[in-house]
Design a protein around this ligand. Structure first.
Ligand SMILES: O=c1ccn([C@@H]2O[C@H](COP(=O)(O)OP(=O)(O)O[C@H]3OC[C@@H](O)[C@H](O)[C@H]3O)[C@@H](O)[C@H]2O)c(=O)[nH]1
Length: 340
């Protein structure tokens, strides 16, 4: 039995001896693809192709609308909305900057969508604010509404509840607030004379302290800031229609001055943050606006007249009835506010 085992061992040795491994590839087989690339200037063509592709994706601007990019231009807008065409403050580098440079340099390859902005809208549950929120969400941005619900209503923004791009915060802008955002639309303040005269000290505090807080936030996070001001900065104007260069005729101690002077101070603060701290700003002087979601008890002339007409009551004209106003529909206002 033992010899048999020895014999088998010989067999297996023989089998091992007869094994012939694969011959190792010669060196030229490894270098063959490289030689192939080097022949007939193929490598040159590959490098030129890479260079063209790089140039195409980095230098050629994409086809975004002009309203989203580039430096500030003078936008043609109606008499009912005015603003200061302040120069764009160009930051050295910020991948999440606002309208001014969101797509500068055409860095977004073709076929990719614009990245949505993070925007806070103060007073976003109000009449004008809620329409602006609708617009911003429709174009793909993420919106945080900040509202104390003094005149704003949850019903105005309820249709966005459950949308991941929408958040609602009950907050009064006279208290500081820290949010990481790209843009700030600062609308928070009662706008109807009936409402802003209800608590005049609170009105001027909202306009001064509230605007200071929001400008401080804009400076801190590098956000673009838009102030909704008012035609009332012209006071009892001596020029008709009022040009942006007109400085107004305002009574500093009148019953409307909490709003008029409050908004004038808010404009001053806005320009000082722009000049002194380089915050990118816009100011929209909004005239008398009407449209859906306006409260029936808003107190302004359009809602008052509509309510009285529906009740078949005579329309009440205050004073001598010779006063004039510029009126605009809310969707026109929102479209223009978004553009500037
Ligand atoms: O029932 C009314 C209400 C108002 N009026 C008159 O209609 C004119 C318009 O008054 P409104 O109350 O609608 O408001 P105003 O135009 O004075 O200001 C409004 O427009 C500009 C916005 O920026 C302000 O926020 C807003 O208050 C005023 O002369 C007012 O006296 C009436 O004759 N009857």
């Amino acid at each position: 039995m033992g010899s048999e085992l020895i014999y088998r061992g010989h067999d297996s040795q023989l089998a091992t001896d007869s094994y012939s491994p694969k011959p190792i590839k010669p060196w030229f087989a490894v270098t063959q693809p490289i030689r192939y690339m080097l022949r007939e200037q193929r490598l040159v063509f590959v490098l030129v192709g890479i260079a063209i592709a790089t140039l195409f994706f980095t230098v050629i601007p994409t086809s975004y609308p002009a309203s989203y990019g580039g430096a500030r231009g003078h936008v043609a807008i109606s008499d009912s909305l005015s603003y200061y065409p302040v120069e764009t403050y160009q930051r050295a580098y910020n991948p999440r900057v606002g309208f001014g440079a969101v797509n500068s340099g055409g860095k977004i390859p073709l076929g990719l969508k614009r990245k949505g902005l993070r925007i806070v809208v103060t007073g976003g549950a109000g009449f004008v604010g809620s329409h602006l929120v609708d617009r911003l969400i429709a174009r793909g941005d993420s919106v945080i509404v900040v509202d104390n619900f003094f005149t704003g209503r949850k019903e105005n923004v309820m249709h966005h509840f459950g949308n991941p791009n929408f958040e609602l915060i009950r907050h009064d802008v006279v208290e500081p607030l820290l949010l990481e955002v790209d843009q700030i639309y600062h609308l928070a303040c009662p706008a109807s004379p009936v409402h802003y005269k209800f608590n005049p000290v609170k009105t001027i505090k909202t306009n001064v302290v509230g605007t200071l807080n929001m400008l401080g936030l804009a400076k801190r996070v590098g956000a673009r800031f838009l102030l909704t001001s008012t035609s009332e900065v012209y006071g009892d104007p001596l020029q008709h229609p009022q040009k942006e260069t007109y400085w107004g005729n305002v009574n500093p101690i009148g019953v409307r001055s909490c709003y008029d002077e409050g908004k004038r101070t808010a404009e001053t603060l806005t320009m000082d943050y722009h000049r002194g701290a380089g915050v990118e700003v816009r100011i929209a002087r909004i005239f008398n606006t009407y449209g859906p979601r306006m409260c029936i008890d808003d107190g302004r002339v359009v809602s008052n007249f509509v309510a009285q007409a529906l009740r078949k009551e005579p329309l009440t004209v205050y004073g001598d009835g010779k006063q004039t106003r510029s009126f605009q529909f809310v969707s026109d206002l929102v479209r223009l506010t978004e553009t500037i």
